[in-house]
Design a protein around this ligand. Structure first.
Ligand code: 3UK
Length: 512
């Protein structure tokens, strides 16, 4: 059931131009609290954006780094780049200047586009980077994308490409080392649209998609952009930080049919629903991904709202969800079964399949997997094993064929669905003058969701106090992306270590 692509294939044509060619120009593609963009207007703005990018000197294959909030310009830029043969690289907007400096240098991007909200982190990154990309703020002045779009031509022929050509990148983090740019191809967007959006969720042009996960995550990128554009549906976009109030307001205002969240947010919404009444007859399905959805949250959500949450596991490397529950086939507490078009294997250290009921590493084969990591042959070789991708997760397949998540095979944490490296938090803690050593592990909170917990050895143990704990938390919040601060902090006299001095995080995970 492989998808066949014509030899010349630019994915901007089926996702953007096709809707105009097929008479859907008046259908709403994007909706925000202040605007509505039809498919006709979208196609014109994408062309204008291609022309602006070319006028900035970007050539075929050049990268445009996007630190952009969820707004129509995100969509114009992403597709304007692709249609012109330029490679968009949307990145996490919650990061700090050193992260952006690294991505500017690693990607060798020709252009950096950013929403003014992120200027305080992006501008210092540009100033210290050893490269001089063209700088393009999205809005708020003369030399901005918004102002340039007004003067640009709205016609453009798509750059010639093949389904196998590099199309866009997404950065993915590891427990040690820098983030890696996963290079995705034109076809990957179609593959996820067909197998997951259409065949698994039954998405059609009548759907209205609302994703609490932002567009810069592969999860949000599919939910609120590539899926709706693939089927000709409507996406709701909001630049507000996800919160129960924000989601309740948008659900009541815009009446989405599909809602995409992460477990931490479902847990917070359930708490808010203890005192609040929300009416949501429009929703037909809810989706969860990013980290495992505890069965208890599934059950309480069903009880409170009558709605089913479909848990599914996806990754940046595979682009979207490859094992999932389905409306007619749900087993709470599991990730479900492989999505059509994907094969899953659970293997031992030698790469041999283990029996059902036994724990192993999860490998996935599917046509949406990234071609390679940019500039990183070692990590590419570790992760991309011929046709298979090593997900870095441990899984068990139960007797009924459902896949049960068993944790990471590295030390990485998923916090609110977003990657969080214990090593990075430890490094930040150690930067504090009073800290000698630190170890960070994941611990489950009352909702069975993992959050970072820090164990700290002070230079002078008599400094231990609540005030210092507060100070260290503040130190983390200012130096790291906000979601990465430790939720618990313990002062200890020693840390469990191997003979070679490596911290034994598994021992800390068992303690307490
Ligand atoms: C973990 C899950 C258990 C797992 C993503 C949907 O999360 C996404 O991509 P990332 O690259 O992280 C991938 C890793 O996250 N994970 C994701 N979903 C689940 N673990 N149950 C789940 N349902 O460790 C995986 O390897 O940030 C999610 C769609 C696209 C995505 N990129």
């Amino acid at each position: 059931s492989s998808i066949v692509f014509s030899p010349v294939f630019n994915v901007a044509v089926p996702l953007i131009d096709r809707h105009v060619q097929e008479g859907r120009s008046q259908h709403v593609a994007l909706r925000t609290v202040s605007s509505e963009v039809t498919y006709g207007a979208l196609a014109e703005n994408v062309n204008r954006c291609s022309n602006v990018l070319r006028a900035c000197g970007a050539a075929s294959g050049d990268r445009v780094l996007m630190v952009v909030k969820d707004c129509p310009e995100f969509v114009y830029l992403f597709w304007g780049a692709i249609k012109a043969g330029i490679v968009p690289v949307p990145v996490n907007t919650l990061l700090r200047a050193p992260d952006y400096q690294y991505m500017i240098e690693d990607s060798g991007c020709a252009i950096v586009a950013y929403s003014p909200e992120y200027a305080a982190e992006v501008e210092p990154a540009l100033a210290s980077a050893d490269a001089q990309p063209v700088v393009m703020p999205i809005e708020g002045g003369d030399e901005t994308l918004q102002s340039r779009l007004q003067g640009a031509s709205s016609s453009l022929l798509p750059a010639s490409a093949s389904a196998e050509d590099p199309c866009f990148w997404l950065y993915s983090s590891g427990s040690t080392g820098r983030p890696k740019g996963a290079v995705h191809r034109h076809r990957d967007i179609v593959v996820t649209g067909v197998y997951y959006a259409e065949e698994t969720l039954g998405m059609t042009a009548d759907d209205i998609c609302f994703s609490a996960a932002k567009l810069f995550f592969a999860y949000g990128l599919g939910n609120a952009m590539t899926f709706p554009l693939w089927v000709g549906a409507t996406a709701i976009l909001s630049d507000l930080r996800p919160s129960p109030e924000m989601t309740f307001d948008l659900i009541q205002r815009f009446k989405p049919t599909l809602y995409f969240g992460v477990p931490t947010l479902y847990a917070a919404q359930l708490r808010a629903l203890e005192t609040e009444v929300v009416d949501w007859p429009s929703l037909r399905l809810c989706v969860s991904a990013g980290e495992a959805l505890p069965a208890d949250i599934f059950r309480r959500w069903k009880e409170k709202t009558g709605l089913t949450i479909l848990d599914g596991i996806g990754s940046t490397e595979l682009l979207h969800i490859f094992i999932s529950n389905r409306e007619d086939d749900v087993k709470p507490g599991t990730s479900g079964r492989p999505v059509p078009g994907y094969e899953a294997r659970i293997v031992d250290e030698n790469g041999d399949a283990v029996a059902d009921g036994e724990v192993g590493r999860l490998w996935i084969k599917g046509d949406s997997s990234a071609a390679y990591y940019w500039n990183n042959p070692e990590k590419t070789a570790e992760t991309m094993l011929g046709e298979w991708v090593n997900t870095g997760d441990t899984y068990v397949r139960d007797a009924e064929g459902y896949y049960v998540y068993g944790g990471r095979s590295d030390d990485m944490l998923k916090v609110g669905g977003i990657w969080c490296s214990p090593v990075e938090i430890e490094s930040r803690l150690i930067e504090h003058a009073k800290v000698l050593e630190a170890a960070v592990v994941g611990r489950e909170d009352d909702d069975q969701l993992v959050k970072p917990e820090a164990y700290i050895i002070l230079n002078d143990t008599s400094d231990a106090s609540d005030a210092l704990a507060e100070e260290l938390l503040e130190h983390c919040k200012t130096g790291l992306a906000r979601y990465k601060y430790p939720r618990w902090l313990h002062f200890v006299d020693e840390l469990p270590k191997t003979a070679t001095g490596k911290i034994q995080r598994f021992k800390l995970r068992k303690s307490g």
